[in-house]
Each structure stands twice: as structure tokens, then as C-alpha cells.
Ligand binder design. Structure first.
Ligand code: HEM
Length: 124
């Protein structure tokens, strides 16, 4: 909620206006990310200091400021462990013809889930 009248980029925001940030749009901002729609986890390992300064502003899945998620470190550790344990044991194949559609709420998620075909990895 804007505490005072202010100017935000090209916009005039009046005191009392509800301002909602979007991690979905920030994560796809071509001014902040090179080739933003490409799935490229290595992009985080190969950043110049200038890119890192930009993406530090644009990577906001856990929010920012005084109300930033207090479960941030726990969630990242859980996700890393869960994904690595599942990837060791299972093959996940996207269901043909089904593209998950994102809901750009405060926390991103796909509408109706993200369907996959799941099978045990051979040799496990
Ligand atoms: C992938 C998992 C998670 C995501 C993406 C996430 C994301 C967020 C976001 C976007 C906010 C709001 C920040 C704001 O209001 O500006 C938030 C707040 C919060 N989260 Fe999480 N979160 C996750 C996991 C967790 C876990 C595991 C816990 C607890 C163990 C947790 C506890 C909280 C709490 C208590 C707040 C409120 C903080 C406050 O208002 O001061 N979150 N989270």
C-alpha cells in the first residue's frame, strides 16, 4: 500500500493504492535476464557482476524486504533434496500435448498442476 503519493517509473501512484509485485513477470524481464524464457539453470553460475546486480533485483520468488519469506532457506534445501532424490529414482516425461499454464500469483504455480508420466529409472 503506497504510504505517500509517488512516481514509479512512468507511473504516478497515489497514496493508498495497492501495489502488487509479480515474481512471474520479474523472472521473465528481458532487461534483467538474457534469453529469459530458456530453461537454463547454469545461467546463475555464469553471471558477470553486472548481470548478477540486475538479477538480484529480478529474482524474487520469496519476496523482499521486511516480509520476505522466513522459510526461504528451508524451502531451497527441501527442494534441492527432493528433486535430487526423485531424479535418482524416477524418469519424468511431460504428458504429450499438455502445456502447464502458469498462474502469476505471489507464489507461482501451474493451473491444475503439471502432469507427467512417471516411471522407475532403469537400473534402480
Ligand atoms: C518454495 C517455497 C516457498 C515460497 C516460493 C515462498 C514464498 C513466499 C513469499 C512470496 C512470501 C511473501 C513475501 C511478502 O509478503 O512480501 C512468503 C512469506 C512467508 N513465508 Fe514463504 N515461501 C515458501 C516456503 C515457506 C516455508 C517452508 C515456510 C515456513 C517454514 C514459509 C514461511 C513464510 C512466512 C511465515 C511468511 C510471512 C513472512 C512475513 O510476512 O513476515 N515459507 N513466502
Amino acid at each position: 500500500m503506497a504510504a505517500t503519493d509517488l512516481r514509479l517509473g512512468a507511473y504516478r501512484v497515489r497514496k493508498g493504492t495497492l501495489v502488487v509485485w509479480s515474481p512471474h513477470l520479474a523472472g521473465r524481464d528481458p532487461d534483467s535476464w538474457r534469453d529469459p524464457l530458456r530453461f537454463d539453470p547454469d545461467r546463475f553460475a555464469e553471471m558477470t557482476p553486472e548481470q548478477k546486480a540486475l538479477t538480484d533485483q529480478a529474482w524474487v520468488p520469496f519476496g523482499r524486504g521486511p516480509h520476505m519469506c522466513i522459510g526461504f532457506a528451508l524451502a531451497q534445501m527441501e527442494l534441492t533434496l527432493i528433486i535430487s532424490r526423485l531424479a535418482q529414482r524416477l524418469d519424468l516425461t511431460p504428458t504429450a500435448g499438455e502445456t502447464p499454464h502458469p498462474v502469476g500469483m505471489v507464489v507461482n504455480r501451474p493451473t491444475g498442476g503439471a502432469p507427467f508420466l512417471v516411471s522407475a529409472r532403469s537400473g534402480t
